[in-house]
Ligand binder design. Structure first.
Ligand SMILES: Nc1nc2c(ncn2[C@@H]2O[C@H](COP(=O)(O)OP(=O)(O)O)[C@@H](O)[C@H]2O)c(=O)[nH]1
Ligand SMILES: [Mg+2]
Length: 267
């Protein structure tokens, strides 16, 4: 596809001290998205050697890699919004750098977007999904966060994994002026304040971290509560959101269909 291809998919990766994860992540993305015109945008607040590792990787990587390095840790949600500003694709993907979001899931997500989803949200909590990469305490916190989100925000009620850190979304759904990102849960914010009608959720297993340590802190948990309160007066109530849930079989069928189509076009 090359560095100058017309980019359709922009993968936004917020990073804070993830030097050991950059190369394995990029390799897996490359294997998964062969034939798709994508770019990778790292929005990086690191104080370690991560930006150097990214710059070096970008030199030899076959597609465009953007690096936005910010001084001072500014948080995950603002990093993602900065990524939206830099992106040139019509579809945006957001994922973590530490391989807890397995990069292979990007392909069925892309297939979901080709099936005209406005948003694709992989879920740990539908058949075929799992959250094995979290300890019991984190599972509990995550459960409470999801339930509070669904109680507070109308648009989240039918969605399984509302606090997912991985999602794909059409550029056209995002209204940047409506977003006031704090904390980590930018997907909650977008789902709460945007207008859209079709969500596809697909199963995935949240894995163990590849390298380094989690950056989650109590501050982030409290910011989530504040974010929910802030969202209540601003939220849109989309009465006609259709949520479609794919089984593993449907997901694999869609991948096969996509690959066959690609072969016919001789990509
Ligand atoms: N740019 C930026 N990225 C962050 C920040 N905090 C966390 N991240 C990144 O967000 C992703 C999720 O963080 P992680 O520590 O894995 O959270 P956990 O999976 O919930 O334990 C990782 O790619 C982190 O490097 C931040 O303040 N700024
Ligand atoms: Mg993680």
């Amino acid at each position: 596809m090359g560095k100058n291809a017309n980019i359709t998919l922009s993968i936004i990766v917020p990073v804070y001290n993830e030097a050991g994860n950059i190369n394995p992540l990029l390799e897996e993305i490359q294997k998964t998205l062969m034939g798709i015109a994508y770019e990778v945008i790292f929005v990086d607040d690191s104080i370690d050697e991560t930006p150097m590792v990214i710059r070096k990787a970008a030199e030899k990587y076959p597609v465009k890699i953007q690096l936005e390095h910010r001084e001072n840790k500014k948080g995950l949600a603002t990093a993602v919004v900065r990524g939206f500003e830099l992106a040139s694709g019509d579809i945006f993907a957001v994922m973590d750098a530490d391989m807890q979001h397995p990069p292979e899931i990007l392909l069925p997500m892309y297939c979901a977007m080709m099936n005209n989803a406005d948003i694709c949200i992989p879920s740990r909590f539908i058949p075929g999904g799992g959250d094995g990469g979290l300890n019991l305490w984190r599972k509990f916190i995550s459960f409470v966060a999801r339930q509070l989100g669904k109680i507070a925000i109308y648009n989240l009620r039918q969605v399984s994994d509302v606090t997912s850190g991985i999602f794909m979304i059409k550029r056209s759904v995002i209204n940047k002026n409506a977003l006031h990102p704090i904390g980590w849960k930018i997907c909650v914010e977008i789902m709460a304040v945007s207008v859209y009608s079709r969500i596809i959720q697909i199963p995935y297993v949240f894995d163990q971290r590849n390298d380094g340590k989690s950056k989650l802190s109590h501050v982030v948990t409290l910011q989530y509560l504040r974010q929910l309160f802030d969202l209540i007066p601003r939220m849109t109530k989309n009465k006609n959101i259709k949520v479609e849930t794919w089984t593993l079989k449907k997901m694999n069928d869609e991948i096969l269909k996509f690959k066959n189509r690609k072969e016919n076009f001789n990509w």
